[in-house]
Design a protein around this ligand. Sequence first.
Ligand code: FAD
Length: 417
Amino acid sequence: MASPRTDTNKLKVLIVGSGLAGLTAARVLRPHHAVTVYERGDASVATGGQGIVLGSNGAKIMRTLGWDAARVGAVPIRRFGLFDGDNKPTERVADMRLADRYGADMFAQKRSDLRDELLRLATAPSVELGIAGAPAVMVYNNAVVGLDPEEGVVTLSDGSTAAGDVVIVADGIHSRLRSTIAGEGCPQAKKTGLSVYRVAVSLDEANRALGDLAPPPWWEPRNAQVFVHGPEGSRRFATTYPFRNHTGFNFSCILVTQMSSRSTTESWHADGDRDKMLEYFGWDEGLRRILGAAAEVKTWELQDLEPLPTWTRGRAMLIGDAAHAMTPLQGQGANMSIEDAEGFRLLNSEEGTRREDVPALLRRIESVRRPRAESAVARTRDTHARLSITESMESNADFFYSYDGIYAALAEREAAE
Ligand SMILES: Cc1cc2nc3c(=O)[nH]c(=O)nc-3n(C[C@H](O)[C@H](O)[C@H](O)COP(=O)(O)OP(=O)(O)OC[C@H]3O[C@@H](n4cnc5c(N)ncnc54)[C@H](O)[C@@H]3O)c2cc1C
């Protein structure tokens, strides 16, 4: 266990948003600093029952923070399969050997399980986690409505203010605070022309819905992610992977946007039209029945963000979707958020970090994180036109999965200079 620090060398860290980025940052910093997380919603915000995939990069970092695949029933994804509109396999990747190549498998889990586990890692008693320091303090139902990045002061929706040595802005794709750091007129999230329906079904529900119909050849993938493409020329595919020890399955059904909604601020919880989803993705009776078994249907018009001129100003820094929103076509948005949060290890010096050192340290973190995340957005965009994932997954594997954290990235850069 790291040696306990005295209060005098602790920074006061304010985090805006209790999504995946904010909670990971809270867990990274809590052993060394006094962390408060402000969340505009309540404790159950930003969950949602669908799945999420941690790549080897995210999984390696999460393990160092106490995340344990077995505890959350995360399923290692080792194989990939691609099927055409006639359910014929067109491509199979038997085993990507990610653990051998990069030090961790890729893991699929229920999104709400990941968020709940991050909340535990950020707020459980230190003795339970075997770490130093104090739990992060959560303040719910209080949005941050203003930020002075130079002073590190936030204004809350209840009219109060709070002052910190560091302000981490992790308020998501529709960040309200982005422009206070990146400047008035900075890019905001834009629609990409792609939409997704997302559902989760339990194995039992799906098998009941299939009834006496012979299951499609791709059904019930064990430790695998499969992509089921629509009829030739349809530019639609459904992808599925298991979670919770194979008792549930995520389906993401991606298509070119058919009917655009005017709003660009859809939340994680936009309800989708089940009949429309089945109309677009019901080309196969098996797929239609399994999707139809889902208790809830969510939909998003997928958006991403042009590169920002900066992620830092004074003692404030943007991370997560607020800094680099990307579509899920490479499954890297949350992984990049976890990588960003891990970067705050640079503030965890055993000698203590002084308030006056914070702005330069944030810029140093940004110098690693911003170019990498911009490349992740560009690589993800590159898959939009082709709507083909397996090919780019392999060609991008080294880039995404070999990342080993901020210290390794800095050492690699310094060795190359
Ligand atoms: C359909 C879909 C599938 C995806 N699948 C994957 C995947 O498999 N793998 C992957 O790596 N990524 C995936 N992603 C991307 C991933 O979900 C996001 O990148 C990730 O959730 C970003 O986390 P975040 O913490 O930055 O933002 P969020 O999770 O959106 O959290 C932001 C938080 O800030 C709060 N907030 C907002 N404004 C304020 C305010 N003013 N004051 C206080 N609190 C505020 C919000 O309530 C919220 O809790 C997917 C995305 C989509 C749309």
